[in-house]
Write a protein that binds this ligand. Structure first.
Ligand code: ADP
Ligand code: MG
Length: 160
């Protein structure tokens, strides 16, 4: 697990951009943490770094929003029970696409439905209003194999 700290939403966006640089099609990134922790802020920075020009908004009333940058980006939020049910009914495997990178806010709510490999980004409130502690965990063998690359990408914000 890599622990990082940011002190503004711009800094979280920059960290997300660093993750976007190393992300490839087929990758899944699970965003976890309380309301207001910065999951959508991360998604915005991630999308901007992929070259998505339209604004990335919280997918509150749709299960999936699709964006196009240097590759396709799927953005989901499974905060509401209906969204959890829809995601489970649909089957995440159906949704995950070799052509797209997928971000799932509250993805930890549907862990049993997730494939064995994903990057978990857990955002937590820090001491001051704009401080966040961001824990990045590499889940599964395929991500474990990328630990050096991820570690280097996040070194700037790393606190341990
Ligand atoms: P979530 O999607 O986790 O519910 P949002 O990204 O919608 O959270 O909201 C996070 C809020 O916190 C935004 O208003 C953002 O500007 C603010 N914020 C302040 N500091 C930070 C930070 N370091 N990282 C991310 N967001 C921050
Ligand atoms: Mg959100």
């Amino acid at each position: 697990m890599i622990q990082a700290r940011t002190t503004s939403s711009d800094e979280t966006a920059a960290l997300a951009a660093a993750v976007a640089e190393l992300a490839g099609a087929g990758d899944l990134i699970v965003l976890s943490g309380d309301l207001g922790a910065g999951k959508t802020a991360f998604a915005k920075g991630f999308g901007a770094a992929l070259g998505v020009s339209e604004p990335i908004t919280s997918p509150t009333f749709t299960l999936v929003r699709e964006y196009v940058g240097r590759m396709k980006l799927y953005h989901l939020d499974v905060y509401r029970l209906e969204q959890i049910e829809e995601a489970l009914d649909l089957g995440l495997a159906e949704l995950l696409d070799d052509d797209a990178v997928t971000l799932i806010e509250w993805g930890d709510a549907i862990l049993p439905a997730l494939p064995p490999d994903y990057l978990e980004v857990r955002l937590e409130l820090g001491e001051s209003d704009d401080d966040r502690v961001i824990e990045v965990s590499l889940i599964g063998r395929a991500w474990a194999a990328r630990s050096v690359v991820v570690g280097r990408a996040l070194q700037r914000w790393s606190s341990c």
